[in-house]
Design a protein around this ligand. Structure first.
Ligand code: UD1
Length: 337
């Protein structure tokens, strides 16, 4: 019944935990390594409550190549799904070396051991941020790539490393470029719960919904949308997680494929004011907001053309933004403290 044995790095960081659920539900065997620097081991039990299946887990920092090698010595993996990443734009500007050291060295150690132990397939958790500075939308995969901070740049560097490893047939890979994930499982057991002031829009809206903060700051009011507020391509994390399964299947079934970068988004955009309005409707509460100046480094519009994912992986998003907001709110209510 077991289909594949997979190594997942950084599972507890939101998308990883949802992807692990989907992998287990399709009878794959999952081994997770995480340094637990930014998350709690409780998620392991929650994943068990959702799937009734166990994972192998080891607390390993990917900087520690000796410990990481032990994992490869004792397990023969079919593929690696690499999520482990530091991901704050602001922090990456303050501590660029930390970002390069972690994000790049983590990945290099992993790739080197994959090469040594003959693990040929990788799914890389990339991001729409590799498309910085685009003015035309929706974004397609072959568009110009650029990055304006160390966090985004580290994603771009790894994508390019993977491309060259594929050219030499060392490691075959798919970089999944996520648009704006909304993190919450319909069970309400796992989701996004920042320990600090939320950076991203929906977690902030949820804090206001849960009376933790008074009002939402709407960044920017100068883009030609229905209401002048900025737009993003929000995608439910469960759809995103399923995209990893489809990508894995594609990689394993198509041995001639070497490297692909694939957008995971919905082709739809939603404005900031629409997000606030949808949430107000769902929770039956009017949410306060104020318009403020744009955030440094922010883009007015980001949304994608995901037709490559449909053509190649037979994947497309199924859950709506309203469903994602509803699931996020359920998660917020279940995790108030
Ligand atoms: C942000 C990060 C990006 C990361 C992505 C997903 C920045 C500059 N970019 O992108 O690196 O990969 O999240 O995690 O941090 N907004 C408000 N008020 C808020 C928060 C956000 O109006 O309090 C607006 C933003 O201007 C944007 C939209 O809401 O138009 C979505 O913002 P956010 O959720 O932070 O995602 P991104 O800016 O797309």
């Amino acid at each position: 019944m077991i289909k594949m044995k997979l190594l997942v790095t950084g599972w507890l960081w939101y998308i990883g935990s949802h992807t692990v659920c989907e992998l287990l539900n399709s009878w794959n065997q999952v081994f997770v390594v995480d340094n637990l620097s930014n998350c709690s081991i409780d998620v392991k039990d929650k994943i068990f409550q959702i799937t009734w299946k166990q994972i192998d887990f080891q607390q390993v920092d990917l900087l520690n190549k000796i410990d990481l090698e032990k994992v490869f010595v004792w397990n023969q993996f079919d593929a690696v799904i690499h999520f482990a990443w530091l991901k704050s734009v602001w922090e990456s500007m303050q501590k660029p070396f930390l970002y390069y050291e972690n994000n790049l060295t983590w990945t290099l150690n992993l790739l080197d051991l994959m090469w040594k132990y003959w693990v040929k397939n990788m799914i890389f958790s990339s991001s729409a941020t590799v498309y910085t500075d685009q003015n035309t939308f929706p974004v397609k995969e072959d568009w110009f790539l650029w990055a304006i901070n160390p966090y985004w740049y580290s994603k771009l560097i790894v994508e390019q490393m993977l491309q060259w490893l594929a050219v030499t047939w060392a490691i075959r890979s798919i970089a999944l470029r996520y648009f704006n994930p909304i993190w919450a499982h319909s069970s309400g057991l796992i989701g996004e719960k920042p320990n600090w002031i939320p950076n991203n829009l929906l977690p902030y809206i949820m804090d206001v919904a849960a009376w933790k903060r008074e009002k939402i700051s709407v960044f920017g009011w100068d883009y030609e949308t229905v209401d002048w507020s900025w737009v993003r391509d929000y995608i439910h994390v469960v759809d995103l997680a399923k995209g990893h399964l489809d990508a894995l299947k594609f990689l394993i079934d198509n041995s001639q494929s070497s490297f692909e970068a694939i957008n995971l988004g919905t082709w739809n955009w939603t404005s900031v004011l629409q997000m606030i309005d949808y949430t107000s409707q769902i929770i039956w509460k009017k949410l306060n907001y104020e318009i403020v100046w744009r955030r440094a480094g922010d883009l007015p519009a980001v949304y994608c053309d995901p037709s490559k994912a449909k053509d190649l992986l037979w994947w497309s998003a199924e859950l709506s933004v309203k469903q994602a907001i509803q699931d996020s709110y359920n998660f917020t209510l279940k995790n108030l403290i």
